[in-house]
Design a protein around this ligand. Structure first.
Ligand SMILES: Nc1ncnc2c1ncn2[C@@H]1O[C@H](COP(=O)(O)OP(=O)(O)OP(=O)(O)O)[C@@H](O)[C@H]1O
Ligand SMILES: [Mg+2]
Length: 269
């Protein structure tokens, strides 16, 4: 579904040159839920923006169903890390959620239903008529998530979407994402710096190195599809996987070259 090939991004300007992403190659299959973890500043947001056609890569390319991405593709939704800046303050919550549906040419009669369903699923049915600035940070982020859900995307790119949300809501939203993924068969690429979250959510975890960024490791999460906050997180296998990812990230921060770990090989039991 998504194919990232030799992606490189260099920011240049004001006499400063930053190689945010050196050389990234990986794929995401249709209907897969992949989590991407990496140290702060390693270029995760840059990568997602290139994948979503919001930034032009300096080198390499991103393919969506075999076609090169050169602008925001229809069928793809984005939940930004900076949610505060992604909602329009002069529009009510429901209007914010509805806006992309207008652009997608969803009929006027169907829109209210999609908006109401999406707000309901993030627990914000009551906030439809509020303005974003009347809501807490966590609530604003849930509005951004509702907007992406209402759009009914084929591919959903999420950039640390739960970073500003309290632990309880976060757990609920994690289950919401997994539930939607299982019901609707969306392809999801989920960026997080939270190792437990990556292992809990993903079918696969891609660990990025520190900047200049390459893929440090790809890890298959061989936990059962049926997951829940109580049991999955205390399972011995969960602990093994999180420890493994943790070690990889520590190695990534130190910049130590890895023992060649084959893609998709889970750590031994
Ligand atoms: N518009 C920009 N102009 C210049 N440099 C930029 C720009 N955006 C990002 N960078 C630089 O690129 C590098 C990667 O930034 P990016 O935001 O992609 O990292 P990140 O992994 O998402 O970080 P975080 O975990 O903190 O969200 C950083 O060194 C950053 O300073
Ligand atoms: Mg970021």
């Amino acid at each position: 579904m998504l194919d990232v090939r030799g992606l490189n991004k260099v920011y240049e300007g004001s006499g400063r040159r930053v190689e945010a992403v050196r050389d990234l190659t990986f794929t995401v299959d249709a209907g897969e839920l992949v989590c991407l973890v990496g140290p702060s500043g390693c270029g995760k947001t840059t990568l997602l923006k290139c994948m979503g056609g919001l930034l032009t890569p300096t080198g390499g390319e991103v393919l969506l169903e075999g076609r090169k991405v050169s602008g925001p593709p229809p069928g793809m939704a984005f939940v930004f890390q900076e949610y505060g800046r992604s909602l329009f303050p002069w529009m009510r919550v429901a209007q914010n959620v509805e806006l992309p549906l207008k652009q997608k040419d969803v009929s006027r009669s169907r829109r209210p239903e999609l908006v109401a369903d999406a707000l309901q699923s993030v627990g914000l049915a009551d906030a439809a008529d509020a303005y974003p600035w009347q809501l807490s940070g966590g609530m604003q982020q849930r509005v951004a998530i509702a907007r992406a859900l209402a759009y009914e995307p084929q591919v959903l790119l999420m950039d640390e979407p739960f970073a500003a949300v309290d632990a309880q809501t976060r757990a609920d939203l994690e289950d919401l994402v997994r539930g939607l993924w299982r019901e609707r068969g969306i392809t999801i690429l989920f960026v997080t710096h939270d190792i437990d979250e990556a292992v809990y959510l993903g079918e696969r975890v891609i660990v990025l190195s520190a900047s200049p960024t390459v893929v440090q490791e790809q890890l298959k999460v061989d936990l059962p599809d049926e997951r829940d906050q109580l049991h999955t997180r205390v399972a011995p296998r969960f602990a093994e996987l999180r420890t493994h990812v943790y070690e990889q990230i520590q190695a990534a921060k130190r910049g130590t070259p890895q023992d060649a770990v084959k893609a998709d090989t889970p750590p031994p039991h």
